[in-house]
Design a protein around this ligand. Structure first.
Ligand SMILES: [Zn+2]
Ligand SMILES: [Zn+2]
Length: 342
């Protein structure tokens, strides 16, 4: 089969199209013919060695849709020919977290494309319970984004922040792959959305996905504006995709008992917080990451009913993986680059 190998840790030129042996499913696994794969910022961090992820020789890619073409003898719940999205996190199914529906906390670990071969390939194997059937008619490129970034956004907005009709939600880093989908998920819950971006060039796309207000704030001092926009009431939830440069301002924007959901860690540096503010306003701070299976089902429903539209910057062939990584590195995209076809 054809695949994109990460021949070394380093720049985009480490990605190379090669022939590799066809993967063979273990007894409990399904062999998936890949139809589309999204390129996540996480792939760039993995490729450049910024995370303790893949080793040289691995195949990246955790945002994968495709079709079941072969099943191991013990694989259950799937049929040949079924269209699926791959749940990228491996989970055991019987630990206290899995039994509580929190597959995102399972200690078994293992992420598709990080420490097992991923979806930058014609074929990939996963445990059969990691392949989730799709609603009929959903395009492969839309389906590829149903787990990450859209499932991740559902996790943050619905499962963690519990956004309700009439709430006001603040989204930082609003033009990123997470932000553009979080805005749509928050709108599907009947919330008002205030979006923060540092660049006026991104304002149009942020408005096009449904943000009610966009604050262009190059210096990231936005709490005064948020305070006026909310008639000095503050917001019920902040979805923090930036954190290092914005967290102090975000906390100042929160209404009493508001929640700051921490998703981003782009600069990977420590921040200072004001305990007085947290105590005084009874603020909550909670981390959010991979979706659960329940979050993915909700994500598929939102896609199927058109309440969330996948924001795709462009579709390129898999052979353009290195070029696409370079483009994403320069941050000159709005939404995902999705690979499809060879
Ligand atoms: Zn991703
Ligand atoms: Zn588990």
């Amino acid at each position: 089969m054809k695949c994109v190998i990460m021949k070394d840790i380093g720049g985009a030129d480490c990605l190379e199209v090669r022939e590799a042996p066809m993967p063979e499913p273990k007894p409990d696994e399904a062999l998936i013919k890949v139809h589309a794969a999204g390129i996540c910022y996480h792939d760039l961090l993995d490729r450049s060695g910024k995370l303790h992820g893949p080793k040289a020789g691995n195949i990246l890619g955790h945002e994968v849709s495709g079709e079941v073409v072969e099943l191991g003898k013990q694989a259950k719940g799937l049929q040949i020919g079924q269209q699926v999205v791959l749940f990228h996190r491996m989970f055991c199914g019987h630990c206290r977290y899995c039994l509580g529906g929190r597959q995102d906390l399972c200690k078994m670990g293992g992420i598709l494309g990080s420490n097992r071969p991923g979806g930058y390939a014609e074929y990939v194997c996963v445990p059969s319970w990691n392949a989730i059937p799709l609603p009929q008619g959903l395009s492969p490129e839309a389906a590829a984004l149903a787990v990450c970034p859209i499932g991740t956004s559902v996790r943050a907005v619905i499962s963690v922040a519990d956004v309700r009709p009439g709430d006001t939600v603040l989204v930082t880093g609003a033009s990123g792959g997470l932000g553009l989908h979080q805005i749509q998920v928050a709108k599907s819950r009947g919330a008002n959305v205030i979006a923060i971006t540092s660049s006026s060039a991104k304002e149009n796309i942020i408005r096009s996905v449904g943000a009610d207000e966009v604050i262009v704030s190059p210096d990231l001092k936005f709490s005064g504006d948020v305070w006026s926009l909310t008639a000095k009431q503050g917001v019920q939830a902040v979805l923090e995709n930036v954190v290092s440069a914005t967290f102090g301002e975000s906390l100042r924007c929160l209404a009493p008992n508001g929640i700051a959901v921490v998703l981003g860690n782009t600069e990977m540096r420590k921040i200072e917080i004001d305990p007085g503010l947290i105590i005084g306003r009874r603020l909550r701070i909670e981390g959010s990451g991979n979706p659960t299976l329940q979050d993915v089902r909700r994500s598929l429903h939102l896609l199927d009913t058109g309440q969330v539209r996948p924001v795709i910057d462009r579709i390129v062939p898999f052979t353009s993986a290195a070029e696409a990584h370079a483009i994403l590195e320069q941050r000159s995209v709005s939404g995902r680059i999705v690979m499809k076809g060879w």
